[in-house]
Design a protein around this ligand. Structure first.
Ligand code: DGJ
Length: 719
């Protein structure tokens, strides 16, 4: 891995990928290449000017328009009249800014971004960073473009910083984390749309002329548009072809856009959503964008996903739990919702311990006077009517049964019927004098205010300090409407949504570092905030409230495009219990496994099945959590689906096959396994097969006319 500057070209490369930016004699930066590793790059084609009467010339160069060239980070106001990467409004009202090359720095390691989550390097040798500084000397606006390349990951991390040295205040109206021009437009793109209970649905679209993309305006990354996109060669698939992943480490409003113009140039951008965004930057201040994590593979989607999985598992997630398998949990929510009491919960924990669970989680309903969703958010003290002996007793008893104890919070919210609201009615986000819009009977706290953030940190900390809580589920169940903060001046209202996210990150950083041994799981009505930003603080996310195993196969397939199995919460629930028990378990074992149903109502036979399932999961969770994942079918078109995990040393593997859409009759499917050692033998159910047979001739799967699943365990044996 290295970053070189030669022949006016910055070349970032490792053994598989290259990324090239060329500096023109006018000091403009051209994006010339991102793809398979090349040597000694030259860019005659890419930089051929295509000027016409409709384009503007660059100042100082005739017939040379930036509009027809592949730009690296275009500002508004120059001879490039396409969608700019950044828009800055100067004190005189002008939005014309033309930052040009000033200097560069190359160094080992990777800097973090102040107050924002980002991929990290553990030392200065595993990654190298390039900083290119641009400057509009006339206006005093500096821009630093950051690039990091890794030795062992085919990934480039990009972010942007704007520094105001103009002597006056300026406004940033737009700042993309990444902008990239491609010199042809023969691509398709995949994005993950969804709703509550239907997260991360992959949709494949051909790139067409004009503008296309997706965004969130809801205050969170959202169920509707995961901050992730793949641009792929039209012929690329799971195993072959050029694919380019764009993932944004951000949990708020985002926008991903592809703009295909008429010069066969295609621009891709991702970053904070410029909609309703306006950031006032005083003289001397700087503003950093969130990080975009770009992954290239020449071997299709599967290879790209495995890069994201390992990068996010080992260099985004942090803390004690990063490299540990996660405990099998039993959660109270689907079994009893708000209707809980001490005895009922202890019965759950006792049954859970008999079945082999390792963590009992008390979900919503334990605090204030919360008997339904109309009250008490903000009142993080125990409801003594339900738990007369307090949380401490419940936690101790749970521990005595051999389980860890975990607790649910929804700290960013406030109910009108709460003690907190009586004291601080002004703490919610709303426009004074207008009635704000409720959602699930609740409102969002104004995290732009330090005193609100401090309250949340103190309230959560005091519970975690007083009771042996080893797991926290951090929920967030509504979007932000009525976006206005009494804390912000009128010309700073455009900062609200980003400041909310910064407040949240400050809270998460403080709480998670104060309680380093607690396992934190984030949640937002399921996967409404399943994004790399949250994973930086909390190494796992509740993937979806929908745990119907058939629906879950698509949700988990889509989620797995960017996120590793160890980051996905997946439970066998009351919904799964309506199907064959093995089906629910097989699907949920593709993530951090657990149960959410009234376990005290199970028959003896069902208990025996569940005991065996938990035992099985404990045997395979190392492979699922730390192995390489291979998707064996195309979720969108196949009537069945299959995936597998292979341990890093290829010694063991787990294959799961699911009959998904009910076919009129049984049909035989041939499934080619992947990622095995082709020169070794593997044992499956007492028989041995060579890796080459399993991967080239494959295994047979009888696709049932019922919804069923089958799991296979593979173990390498000596020849
Ligand atoms: C939404 C979550 O997704 C559920 O799992 C559960 O925790 C409820 N909130 C509780 O209100």
């Amino acid at each position: 891995m290295a970053i070189e500057f030669d022949n006016y070209t910055f070349h970032l490369f490792n053994k598989n990928i290259s990324y090239c930016v060329k500096l023109t004699d006018l000091g403009d930066l051209m994006h010339c290449y991102w793809g398979k590793r090349v040597d000694r790059p030259i860019f005659e084609y890419a930089l051929m000017p295509r000027a016409s009467v409709t384009t503007c010339d660059s100042v100082g160069k005739e017939n040379y328009s930036l509009e027809a060239l592949p730009m690296e980070y275009p500002f508004y106001g120059t001879s490039d009249l396409r969608e700019p990467a950044a828009v800055v409004e100067l004190a005189n009202g002008s939005r014309v800014v033309e930052p040009r090359f000033e200097s560069y720095k190359i160094y080992g390691g990777k800097p973090q971004i102040d107050g924002l989550p980002a991929v990290y390097a553990e030392n200065d040798t595993e990654a190298q960073t390039l900083e290119i500084t641009l400057c509009d000397k006339a206006e005093g606006i500096k821009v630093i473009l950051f690039y990091t390349i890794f030795e062992d990951f085919d990934a480039i991390c990009r972010s942007t910083k704007i520094i105001n040295e103009s002597g006056k205040h300026i406004y940033i109206d737009k700042i993309a984390s990444v902008s990239m021009d491609f010199t042809n437009d023969n691509y398709k793109y995949i994005h993950l749309y969804g709703t509550h209970g239907k997260e991360c649905q992959p949709e494949v679209c051909d790139v067409h002329k004009g503008t296309q993309g997706f965004d969130s305006k809801r205050g969170t990354s959202s169920h509707f548009a995961n901050p992730f996109m793949v641009l792929a060669d039209k012929s690329a698939d799971e195993n072959t072809g050029d694919v380019y992943g764009f993932s944004l480490a951000y949990s708020g409003n985002h926008r991903f856009e592809i703009i295909d113009d008429n010069y066969e140039l295609m621009r891709v951008q991702a970053g904070i959503n410029p909609f309703n965004f306006k950031w006032k930057l005083e003289n001397g201040e700087s503003f950093s964008s969130p990080e975009a994590v770009l992954v290239y593979s020449k071997n299709g989607l599967g290879d790209m996903s495995r890069t994201y999985h390992k990068l996010y598992r080992t260099r985004l997630c942090r803390g004690t739990w990063r490299d540990k398998v996660r405990p099998v949990l039993l959660n109270s929510w689907e079994g009893s919702a708000f209707n809980i009491d001490e005895q009922k919960l202890l019965n759950y924990a006792k049954k859970g311990s008999e079945l082999g669970a390792e963590l009992f989680v008390l979900d919503d309903g334990w605090f204030g006077t919360r008997n339904d969703d109309t009250t008490s958010l903000g009142d993080w003290f125990v409801n003594k009517n339900k738990l007369p002996n307090g949380l401490e007793f419940l936690a101790n008893e749970t521990n005595r049964l051999g389980l860890k104890f975990g607790l649910w919070f929804e700290p960013e919210m406030i109910s009108e019927q709460s003690e907190l609201f009586k004291k601080h009615p002004d703490w919610r986000i709303c426009v004074p004098g207008r009635t704000p819009h409720p959602a699930r009977n609740q409102y969002v706290l104004d995290l732009t205010r330090d005193e609100v953030c401090d309250y949340i940190i103190d309230a959560v900390s005091s519970v975690l300090e007083s009771v042996n809580i080893e797991y926290v589920k951090w929920d967030m169940n509504r979007s932000i409407s009525d976006a206005y903060s009494a804390n912000l001046a009128p010309d700073r209202q455009g900062e609200l949504m980003h400041r909310y996210v910064l407040g949240l990150y400050k809270i998460l950083e403080t709480v998670t570092s104060r309680f380093p041994n607690v396992l934190f799981e984030s949640c937002s009505s399921g996967g409404g905030r399943f994004d790399p930003g949250m994973l930086y603080y909390m190494p796992q996310t509740w993937t979806s409230d929908n745990s119907d195993p058939i629906a879950r196969t698509t949700i988990q397939y889509g989620t797995s495009l960017a996120y590793p199995a160890i980051s996905m919460g997946a439970h066998f629930s009351a919904t799964a219990a309506r199907y064959d028990f093995d089906l629910g378990a097989a699907v949920a074992m593709a993530g951090n496994y657990g149960y959410e149903l009234d376990v005290t109502k199970l028959s003896n036979d069902q208990c025996e099945i569940i005991k065996r399932q938990i035992e099985l999961y404990k045997n395979i969770r190392e492979i699922v959590s730390f192995g390489n994942q291979y998707r064996l079918t195309d979720d969108v078109s196949d009537t069945y689906c299959a995936w597998m995990y292979v341990s890093e040393n290829q010694e063991a593997a787990v294959v799961t096959m699911v009959s998904k859409w009910v076919e009129p009759a049984e049909s035989k499917k041939r499934i080619l396994l992947k990622g095995l050692d082709e020169n070794s033998l593997y044992e499956i159910n007492g028989k041995s097969y060579s890796g080459s047979v399993l991967m080239n001739i494959g295994i047979e799967y009888v696709n049932s006319f019922r919804n069923t699943a089958k799991m296979l365990l593979l173990k390498k044996i000596d020849k």
